[in-house]
Design a protein around this ligand. Structure first.
Ligand code: HAM
Length: 418
């Protein structure tokens, strides 16, 4: 028997209310903050992500779904949204619009990751990007969108971690210090970190291995190497967050797995820790658009991982409303009654009254059992003799009372009960 590919899953009807709830909140909050919806293709030129996310990152080196199409184009399923949104910004001349241009999207992303709870090969993100403005007020606003999104879902006990990882002017000095510090410790760090030391020593700081974490506490901090501009940016960001009433922790060890970040980086985590804990994260990427061939344009954004949001909603016992159940079940007995019942159910639906009908010539008892299971408010019962009289029996399930209603006025009578 076929199964969904490893690391992917079906979102079954019983889980759809969570997804509907999350998508609605994402769209409400983004719109409230002036973000406009954009949808970019599921696949892009693979080199967009290689240039955007960066060679040497796990995403580019190990996780992209790259393929050649029939025309020989080298494409990749999108592993993230930021590079694609910057591509769209450039392609559609959005630099000529009033800045910042604020865009959001919700959809599936693909990474060839090792599947486990909270980590999948196809997953979904709510992603916001604000392009064309360097003001730290925009960093605060982007972080606030993320924070209010989780808040609007009713999630509790979340922590916001922020850091500044500097810019091309101040990062090399920090990097050199880090290399010096870790050079003497290469025997002690984990195997992964030995690789990170060569590729991007900054990433040793957020290794989840206990021993590496211990070593990271004494490592040189970015905060101590920020240039004046980056320091001022970070100080102002913190003041804006405080003024907006958003609690945060400055975490000097927070770095991110994508290469495009400059200055602000942030993550939102639930209280229950774990390697797959991060509910969402983002940061500023002032060099990305230039790296993709545009003129120097700053940007900031974040992405929330929606599977992890669902996990946390369930963990915290937050249940979204279920979609409306059918209000009416139309049961019948006899061939003429079936025809009349079919007309009734069709009319009810055209009047926007969610209704169900029995199938397969089942007994009246079995149809009533089905109506019970569906939890409808009313059951319409039609037999051949009712058809002859032009009537139907309507049972009110809550009061267990029954009355006779003319078929011609049935739809109106049921509409009046809503
Ligand atoms: P990211 O940290 O790679 O950032 O992903 C953001 C969120 O997506 C994570 O915090 C996590 O919740 C979710 N996520 C990532 N990978 C997986 C996976 N394999 N399975 C399940 N959930 C996952 C970015 O993608 C950046 N583009 C965010 C950004 C936007 N930065 C600036 N703008």
């Amino acid at each position: 028997m076929y199964q969904a590919p490893r690391g992917t899953s079906d979102i079954l009807p019983e889980d759809q209310p969570y997804w509907q709830f999350i998508r609605n909140k994402a769209s409400e909050v983004a719109t409230l903050f002036g973000y406009q919806r954009i949808d970019t293709p599921i696949f892009e030129d693979a080199s967009l992500f290689v240039r955007g996310v960066g060679e040497g990152t796990d995403i580019v080196d190990k996780e992209m779904y790259v393929f050649k199409d029939q025309g020989g184009e080298n494409l990749s399923l999108r592993p993230e949204a930021t590079a694609a949104m910057c591509r769209a910004y450039l392609e559609h001349g959005m630099q000529n619009l009033p800045q910042p241009v604020k865009l959001f999207t919700v959809g599936p992303f693909f990474r060839y990751d090792r599947p486990q709870a909270g980590r999948y090969r196809q997953f979904h993100q709510f992603n916001c990007e604000a392009l064309g403005e360097a003001d730290p007020l925009l960093d605060a606003e982007a972080i606030e969108v993320a924070w209010r999104f989780y808040e609007s879902l009713g999630l509790r006990d979340l922590s916001l971690q922020i850091n500044s990882i500097g810019c091309p002017a101040c990062r090399p000095a920090h990097r050199a210090q880090l290399m010096k510090y870790y050079e003497a410790l290469l025997e002690e760090v984990c195997r992964e970190c030995r690789g990170r030391f060569v590729r991007n020593p900054l990433r040793l700081l957020d290794c989840k291995e206990e021993n590496c974490q211990r070593l990271a506490t004494a490592a040189p901090r970015t905060a101590d190497h920020l240039c004046e501009e980056c320091r001022d940016h970070f100080v102002r960001l913190q003041a804006y967050l405080t003024a907006a009433g958003i609690p945060f922790n400055v975490n000097n060890r927070l770095v991110r797995g994508l290469d495009y970040y400059t200055k602000t980086v942030f993550e939102i985590q639930p209280a229950i820790e774990g390697a797959q804990a991060s509910l969402g994260g983002g940061g500023r990427y002032d060099g990305l658009i230039e790296g993709l061939g545009g003129k120097s344009t700053p940007g900031i954004g974040f992405a929330a991982g929606l599977e992890r949001v669902v996990i946390n909603l369930k963990r915290q016992g937050i249940k979204p409303d279920s979609p409306a159940k059918p209000r009416v079940f139309v049961a019948y007995l006899g061939a003429a009654a079936r025809e009349a019942a079919w007309k009734v159910v069709s009319e009810l639906r055209q009047s926007a009254i969610a209704s169900a009908i029995g199938f397969g010539g089942r007994s009246l008892k079995s149809q009533l059992r089905q109506a019970n299971t569906l939890g409808v408010a009313y059951v319409v019962i039609i037999g051949d003799s009712e058809v002859e009289r032009g009537e139907a029996n309507v049972r009110d399930m809550a009061s267990a009372t029954q009355m006779v209603v003319p078929l011609a006025g049935l739809c109106q009578a049921l509409a009046a009960t809503g």
